[in-house]
Each structure stands twice: as C-alpha cells, then as structure tokens.
Design a protein around this ligand. Structure first.
Ligand SMILES: C[S@@+](CC[C@H](N)C(=O)[O-])C[C@H]1O[C@@H](n2cnc3c(N)ncnc32)[C@H](O)[C@@H]1O
Length: 473
C-alpha cells in the first residue's frame, strides 16, 4: 500500500505529464516564473485538462509540504500572515514595482531603488529578500532585485516618477490588481487585526450586525466599509478597481454563462442590484442590445459609474436602454423585471441582512421572475454527499461540489484557498460570509425563492463567481 506521500507524488507526476501534453498540443507554454506576467502567460489555463492538472499539482505540492515540513514551520505559513502582508504592502506602496519594471530584467541595486523612492535601502532589501524567498520578486545578485511573474502583478504600469509624485492617484485608470492588493492590505488588513478583539468582547461576540464587524473596531468613525467609501473618494476609486480586477480574473464571457440571457424576449427588463461599475452590465448591454437594463447601486457608486458608461457605451444611456439608478437594496424594489441579477452582493451581508434584500426582491417579483446570484460557492474540506433536495424533489442540477481525487483534500486544498480567503475577508469587513450551496438554498427558501439550477464552470474551479438560478416558490 503506497504511503499518502507516494500517492500525492504520483498524482503530481500524472498531472505534470497531462499539463505538458496539453501545452505542447495547444502551443501554450507553461509560464516562466522569472518573466513578467502577460495575458499570454496564463493562456494555458483555458484548457479544462490543463486547469485540472494545475489544481492537482498545487494541491498536492502543498499537501506534501504539510506532510514533510516541521509542524511549526507549517503553522507559521499562517502565523506569518501579517508579516507577509506587511512586506508586500511596503514594496507595493513604496513603488518598488514601477521602479523595477523600468530597470528591466537586469534588475536594480537596492541602493538605487532607495535613491528613487526615498526609503531606507537596508530595510527595503530585507523586505524584498523575504518576498523573493516566497517567489515574489527575485534577488539576482546580492542586493540586486528584479521582477518575476508574481511581483509584476503589483505594477500599475505607470511611470515611477508619476506614482512617487502623486500617490493619491496612483491607482487611477489602472487595470486593477495593484489597486485590489492595496485595498486589502490597507482596509482588510487593519480590520483583520481586530478580529479576535471583536470576538473576545461579549458585546460583539455573537452579533452578526455589519456595525459589529472587526472593520468597525478598526474604523470606529465610519463603522462600515460602505460609509467609508461614501466619504473617501480615493478609497472608493480603489475599491471599484478591485471589482474590475475580480471581473478580469474571470473569462470575459463569464456572465453569459451565468444564465441563458438569449432566451429572454426583446425588451425584457434586467435589474442588477448593486451593479457597481457595470462589470456584468457592460458585457450584457453590448451583447444583448435589445435588453433593458437597470443598474442600481449607492449614489457614490452610480456617480462614478456614469462617466464610464458615457465613455464606453454612450448609446446605451442616451437611448434609455440602460438606466443607472441610485437605490438602496434594503428599500422597496421599484421594478418587477424578468431577471434580478446580484453579483457579489449577498457575500457582503450576514444572513439576516441578505434575507432582507431577498425579501425586497421577492415582494417585487412577478411569478416568472428569475433571480440570478453570482457569488462564490464554498466547498466543504471533506468529502460530502450533496444535500438531499427538500421533500424528495429531484436533485438540483450542478449543486454538488467538484471533488479532488484522494488523498487530496476534497476541495483541492491550497488550489482553492482563495474562496476561504474571501470568506475570511467578508467576515473582517462586514460580519458577512461566502456560502455553501446548502447555505444559499436555506437562505433563498426562507424568503420564498427556490433554487432551480447551479451553473459551475471549470474556469472558476466550480467555486469562484459561479451562478445560482432561483425562482419564486
Ligand atoms: C462587492 S461589490 C459588487 C459590485 C458589482 N456587482 C460587481 O460584481 O462588480 C458590492 C456593491 O454593492 C453596493 N452596495 C453596498 N451597499 C448597498 C446598498 N445598501 N444598496 C445598493 N448597493 C449597495 C456597493 O456600492 C458595491 O458596488
């Protein structure tokens, strides 16, 4: 009987073989860790067999580390979270990425980096060396650092002189990942520092109110992230870019697979609740110009979104096909559309609040209204049979999690860690959560919605921004 270590190694070997085979057939190289990211460097992932092989390799590699590492070393991969985060934040906000991009593949001595950004060279070298040890940046000669594929994600692609001179507009008009990292390392990081204090306090321990989240303890004047974003235009802009980055992490046509939009009649009304910058509404309006779309959000978000629409799809607003509407999702819903779309909305709210949002939509819904939720679907870490459908009804298509081959963790372990990271972030920021399919099912049912189908895609690992279709019951 082979040991788990051998079995994991065997899975890894088979997956490396499969990955190399697909990459050779498709002409999509396995990326070079030492070269900066390009969209082409990730092209191999589009193939489902390559994506599956990648997940198994990552999950098996981490699982093997957990078996053979000293337990304290393994523990410290988590204990060191704040230290790791602080090192990334330092290099991000000290504009090291922009400086190193301009230096090119031969890199730059840390004294020259410090000369440009005005920081202490010795300290910068230590942060950079720590990150290089985690495969973020490279130390290519003593104290000489260069980008690699991972560190290049921190680059805004703006001139270093500009971001050093104008830090407040550093993330404006960027493609988003650096802004997303900045948002998390600033607001989420500070909120996370208060997670235990919030749970230790009997006043907040059992509360699920957003005003009692760790965020509120870190930012007592604002209480919620939404209040902070309404008063701080820089933070709002950076947050909106995080949504654009999340959308960019998905294939551009992902929203088209969330629901069969083509089955809607001409002039059908789609209301997107909390539509933000239109990461879904833009592609929908462009591909289905006969649909009518109402994109609702808080006034600050609508004000930021309006010029984006005016620039990208001016005809949509001018013709009245797309309406941007300031609307609080806790207020009565004024429309009875063919489809309500909520993407990354319910994960921002604890159950009681999410139920109130769903109740407003149910009260406004027609008998044939469809509710489309796009959110993460959290898998269990263990092997679990799909939850039985209520009253012996047939199982909901797509409800079962994708499961990894044994002895990997059923949820593909570290390969899917991002969904648990997001779940923790939702806790820190909002007292909210990502949900399992059974949790969504119960929540929806409590407000008169029945789950009709779950749509999972390989690109999202069956987890990231998948969709649930629900109908009035
Ligand atoms: C996580 S973002 C998702 C944005 C968008 N659906 C997307 O996927 O790009 C959540 C959105 O909910 C909006 N929001 C927060 N509170 C709201 C409320 N009470 N009513 C309506 N929208 C709200 C935020 O402004 C933000 O744009």
């Amino acid at each position: 009987m082979p040991s788990p270590l051998r079995e994991l190694l065997e899975l890894m070997t088979q997956s490396v073989d499969a990955l190399e085979r697909v990459c050779e057939e498709k002409g999509t190289p396995i990326p070079d860790l030492d070269a900066p990211f390009t969209p082409q460097s990730e092209a191999f992932r589009k193939d489902p067999a390559a994506a599956e092989a990648t997940k198994v390799i990552v999950a098996a590699a981490h699982h093997i580390c957990a078996i053979v590492s000293r337990p304290t070393d393994q523990l410290y991969t988590f204990v060191a979270g704040p230290t790791r985060a602080a090192a990334v934040r330092t290099c991000l906000e000290a504009n090291v990425s922009e400086i190193l991009r301009e230096a090119g593949p031969s890199g730059m001595h840390v004294k020259d980096i410090a000369e440009k950004n005005g920081h202490d060279a010795e300290k910068l070298a230590r942060f950079l060396r720590y990150l290089a040890t985690g495969h973020i940046f490279r130390e290519i000669a003593p104290d000489v650092f260069a980008h690699n594929r991972v560190s290049s994600m921190l680059d805004t692609h703006k001139p270093s002189e500009e971001v050093i001179a104008k830090p407040e507009s550093k993330y404006d008009n960027t493609r988003g990942v650096a802004a997303q990292v900045s948002h998390h390392l600033d607001l989420t990081f500070k909120a996370a520092s208060q997670a235990w204090e919030t749970l230790a306090d009997p006043q907040t321990r059992l509360s699920n109110e957003p005003e009692d989240a760790p965020f509120a303890r870190a930012f007592p004047a604002d209480k919620t992230l939404w209040n902070l974003l309404e008063r701080d235009a820089h933070a709002r802009n950076r947050f909106d870019l995080t949504m654009i980055a999340s959308a960019a992490a998905q294939p551009p046509d992902a929203i088209f697979r969330a629901f069969a939009w083509e089955t809607l009649p001409a002039d059908a009304l789609v209301v997107e609740v909390g539509g933000g910058m239109g990461t879904s509404a833009f592609p929908l309006a462009a591909r289905f110009p006969r649909l009518r779309l109402v994109v609702q959000d808080l006034p600050g978000a609508v004000a930021t979104a309006a010029p984006l629409w005016a620039a990208r799809l001016p005809a949509a607003l001018a013709s009245g096909r797309v309406l941007l509407q300031p609307h609080d999702c806790f207020a009565p819903q004024p429309h009875a559309p063919a489809v309500f779309l909520l993407k990354m909305i319910l994960h921002d709210w604890p159950d009681a609040h999410a139920a109130r949002i769903l109740a407003r939509l149910r009260a406004a819904a027609r008998a044939d209204t469809v509710l489309v939720l796009v959110d993460c679907l959290v898998p269990y870490a263990c092997r679990a049979a799909p939850a039985p459908a209520p009253d012996g009804a047939p199982a909901v298509p797509g409800a079962a999690d994708f499961q990894a081959p044994a002895p990997l963790l059923a949820n593909y372990g570290a390969a899917n860690e991002f969904v648990y990271i997001m779940d923790m972030m939702m806790h820190m920021l909002f007292n909210a959560q990502e949900r399992t399919v059974p949790q969504f099912t119960r929540l929806l049912q409590s407000e008169g919605w029945g789950v009709r189908a779950v749509h999972r895609t390989h690109e999202g690992n069956g987890i990231f921004l998948q969709s649930i279709e629900a109908v009035p019951i």
